[in-house]
Ligand binder design. Structure first.
Ligand SMILES: [Zn+2]
Length: 363
């Protein structure tokens, strides 16, 4: 696919203030911001596995697990890749997609905005292995590249949103009336053309088989969206968390309850009512408690944004923070518009965001 003048887009250094939104609590003084900046600089400047492929220069490819670092019995060549791309809307910053290479099949989790030939890139990395494509949730930065594939999976509660977003106009909110990008410079010609695909909604605990007993399980963690899905790689002992964990700054966790930006408008949000009870902090906390009962099955977490390879014990810190919010919703630490922020105890220096966002009526 021929690329426009922004073909070196991903190689540019992160603009100041990128990878999280501005706001109180997210100034340069916070441990989260500092850790994130340092971590990304180290990764992008020095990580020896970093590669940008000609077929899709919009993505930086990193290898997070190799054959030697994984459990011996899985014996997969270079088992986990992180695919980093830019967020093209007002959120700004960067978003991660994840590629797991199993013994017989590969699995791509999330598809970003559909800028550049993601399908060609994945084929090149895997050597043309059969591919399963799945989404953590339906937000533009996680699912608008779905149209390049024939079939995509996620939790069944995502079905109405995924169906609603089967529309040629999903990316028009990124451009002004003259067709120029509003927030981030890119060439709209580099979007893969829209095409309908088959969405398959699966129940909680659905198993994806990557061959020879290599299993990845979908685990529903409602909050950010009712059908938000995380993916547990049982052999690799890690969880792909998407936006279930507040790791991108002001988003993640249960923050979308009653958030007008994420109501049904301009294909940016969700068809489901923003006041849905499945977005409440209590529902989110209960899902985290269920997840915490399985902490013996995974050691690390990889998220949709921010610093990666986080310790799975952060789930316990998040449960404690949710409990504090539920016990006393008015006792927040920072306010960002009408979004309240509660300090996450134990997050300092872990790479996890310092704060859990929520809304007054979303507890
Ligand atoms: Zn996201």
């Amino acid at each position: 696919m021929p690329y426009g003048k922004y073909k070196d887009f991903i190689s540019k250094p992160i603009p100041q203030g990128a990878d999280r939104q501005e706001g109180p609590g997210f100034g340069p003084q916070t441990a989260f911001r500092q850790k994130t900046d340092e971590w990304f600089k180290e990764l992008r400047d020095f990580n020896p596995t970093k590669r940008v492929y000609d077929i899709d220069p919009y993505v930086e490819v990193y290898q997070f697990r190799t054959e030697s670092s994984g459990p011996a019995e899985s014996s997969c060549p270079g088992n986990l890749y992180g695919l980093l791309s830019h967020i093209l809307d007002s959120s700004g910053g960067l978003v991660w997609m994840w590629l797991i290479i199993g013994p017989e099949r590969a699995m791509l989790i999330d598809t970003s905005f559909g800028m550049g030939d993601l399908k060609g890139l994945v084929n090149e990395i895997t050597g043309g292995m059969p591919l399963i494509v799945a989404n953590t949730h339906c937000s533009p930065d996680h699912s608008y590249g779905n149209c390049q594939f024939d079939r995509c999976y996620s939790h069944q509660l995502q079905a109405p949103d995924m169906e609603w977003k089967q529309n040629e106009g999903i990316r028009t909110y990124l451009m002004d009336e003259e067709g120029k990008p509003i927030w981030v410079e890119f060439d709209p010609k580099d979007f893969v053309p829209f095409k309908r695909y088959e969405f398959i909604g699966v129940p909680d605990c659905h198993i994806f088989d990557l061959g020879r007993g290599y299993e990845v399980e979908l685990i529903n963690v409602p909050g950010h969206q009712p059908g938000h899905s995380t993916y547990l790689d049982k052999q690799g002992r890690f969880l792909i968390g998407g936006d279930s964990f507040p790791n991108g700054g002001l988003t993640g966790g249960s923050d979308f309850h009653a958030d007008k930006r994420h109501a049904k408008d301009a294909f940016q949000g969700s068809w489901l009512p923003s006041e849905d009870s499945m977005r409440k902090c209590t529902t989110y906390r209960d899902a985290l408690i269920r997840l915490s009962k399985r902490l013996n099955e995974f050691d690390k977490i990889f998220c949709g944004h921010g610093v990666q390879d986080l310790d799975s014990s952060l789930i316990l810190d998040l449960i404690e923070t949710c409990n504090q919010i539920i016990a006393d919703p008015d006792n927040y630490d920072e306010l960002h518009g009408d979004r309240r922020l509660k300090k996450i105890r134990g997050a300092k220096g872990s790479g996890l965001s310092d704060y859990m966002p929520y809304f007054k009526n979303g507890v």
